[in-house]
Design a protein. Structure first.
Length: 297
């Protein structure tokens, strides 16, 4: 079962005078960066790690990532991760770019025109953004257009940081974008690059783990037949084999057959282990009350 693409847009899509709006935002950013002191002790990263280690959802983790990266001056953030060994699972695709940009980008044809994936050959960070197009004269017209569209959305500078390389079973990484011009980004970039890269790597490890967990959850739910799920649900409510048989109108031997199949499919050696895996994997829900009114003989 494919995991849907996640796309969150946290940047305001406001109309009106875009030039004035970006001038105001740029002035705010320059003031923030000129007064910011880079924390070389790593306490900001330690705080970030404390927050994400107990997170159990991609949406919550992404929210923390966005808030942390904004503190470093990057509020145009895109994360893309592809499992080339399991393309049917779908990618993780997260962004804070405006929704109109995200709507076009997450179309498969536009994803293919993102130059980021062409440069996933090593882990070295690369400057990105419309203000750095002159560094990449060999970009195709489609790739240039993709970068220019991001510039129209306000992302003028930044850097890309791969976390997995093309040639492996998985690839992808981050683009940390800023609305600062190239002139103002250059002195700021060396101060924050290493810390932001570390945040990206740590966040990727958690995102990858959560993504795989969601895939396993969906697989557990999909591999059990409806009848097997019914038997497990009644078992979770405390019903015995004979009770389940009476509730479902089948023989006790058939119930045993279904439960045996459940253990095999979930890789469990006991009913209790199968129940635990089914519940944590989302195949069944915890019962809130007893099922039916049939009494054990």
């Amino acid at each position: 079962m494919p995991i849907p693409i996640w796309a969150y847009s946290a940047v305001d899509d406001r109309g009106g005078n875009h030039t004035l709006y970006w001038q105001e935002r740029l002035a705010t950013d320059l003031e923030k960066h000129s007064t910011a002191q880079v924390d070389s002790s790593g306490s900001e990263i330690d705080g970030f790690l404390d927050q994400i280690q107990s997170i159990n959802s991609i949406a919550e983790l992404w929210s923390i990532c966005v808030g942390t990266l904004e503190q470093f001056g990057f509020d145009y953030v895109t994360y893309m991760y592809l499992r080339l060994d399991a393309p049917h699972d779908g990618p993780i695709a997260l962004t804070t770019m405006p929704s109109w940009w995200a709507d076009t980008y997450f179309d498969s044809a536009h994803i293919c025109s993102d130059p980021f994936f062409r440069f996933c050959g090593n882990l070295k960070p690369r400057r990105t953004g419309a203000d750095y197009l002159d560094l990449y004269p060999l970009l195709s017209p489609a790739e240039r257009e993709r970068v220019e569209l991001a510039g129209e959305a306000g992302c003028l500078t930044g850097f890309a940081s791969p976390v997995r390389l093309i040639g492996n079973r998985r690839c992808g990484g981050w683009n940390f974008g800023s609305r600062l011009s190239r002139k103002h980004f250059e002195p700021f970039y060396p101060q924050v690059r290493q810390q932001v890269q570390l945040i990206g790597f740590y966040a990727h490890e958690r995102l990858e783990a959560l993504h795989l967990h969601e895939i396993r959850d969906s697989e557990h739910a999909s591999i059990l037949s409806p009848r097997e799920q019914e038997c497990l649900s009644y078992l979770a409510s405390g019903s015995r084999t004979s009770c389940i048989a009476g509730l479902l109108g089948i023989s006790a031997a058939t119930v045993e057959f279904h439960l045996k199949n459940v253990k095999r499919k979930l890789g469990a050696s006991t009913r209790e282990e199968a129940l635990a895996k089914a519940i944590t994997g989302g195949a069944i829900a915890l019962p809130h009350c007893a099922f039916g009114t049939y009494q054990n003989p």
